[in-house]
Design a protein around this ligand. Sequence first.
Ligand SMILES: O=C(O)CCC(=O)C(=O)O
Ligand SMILES: [Fe+2]
Length: 315
Amino acid sequence: MGIPVLDFSVYELGKANVSVANLEKLSKEFRKAFTEVGFVYLKNTGINQEEVEKVMHVSKKFFCLPEDMKKPFSRGSFSCNVNHGWVAVENESLNPLRPGDLKEAYNITTLSADNIWPSDGVDDFQDVLVSFFLRCKDLSLRVLRLMALGLDLDSEVFLNAHKHIGSDANATTLRSLYYPPVNSTCVKENQLRCGEHSDYGSITLLFQSTESGLQVLNRAGEYVSAPSIPGTVLINIADLMQRWTSDVYVSAVHRVLLPPAGDFSTRQSLAFFVHPDDEAIISCCDGSDKYPPVNSYDYLLSRFNDTYGNKQALV
Ligand SMILES: O=C(O)CCC(=O)C(=O)O
Ligand SMILES: [Fe+2]
């Protein structure tokens, strides 16, 4: 089965008074997609293509600044949050068996006004990224409600553990990703734009520029491409949600390939990694003991350790 495309218009951002019948229908479609594939494209969410392009445009301006202007914003230098900030090329390996990923990123984890934000040469960076973070947050909460309904659970079951998105008590992160041009003569053996991995938290929202490269591992064990479909958002289940649902909703492995040799195009994406609140204890929602309860933040820190290697672990 390929990645399905669902029409979210009945529950798009800004819409209130949705009928129970419409919510139920949509929740069943989510259930099918998330139990069989783990990925789904949503169209008509209320987040439109122009919004996405605006965020990519200001992000690219930042990534194209000289390195000494980006360094002051490095991940690890923000006292309020270990994950906030800029990550240089080859700094992380999402598949620790491969060389560092050929990508740059800027993580926005806390919206605290006390933070320093890039502004030289990118004066609207903070406004544009913060607004987009809040739009993604609203959409995520709608999806989490439908996901609970899809399992015949109380609609607030997942939402109750996502009350602090955007504050220092929750690790949800908007990550703007930039894949610079690749000179194939300099590429290391087995290096990719982004190595094989599954995401760590509850769900991920992903918006991609038109350049290809993203592949998802399907149940038959084959990688299938997940191209950008303008105007849609690609949503996937992450590992903590798989555990929370006792493996009913599945998180699928994915990666981003290098462009063909001689293709110097760049690529961009915006990933909104939704995490439960730091203090949330995640126990199997069916009441089973398939997995022992785990603290959400402890789980995340153990996954960061794998990604950054013990040398650079920030804990
Ligand atoms: O850039 C992409 O298309 C996907 C990136 C990704 O999977 C990740 O950062 O977790
Ligand atoms: Fe991912």
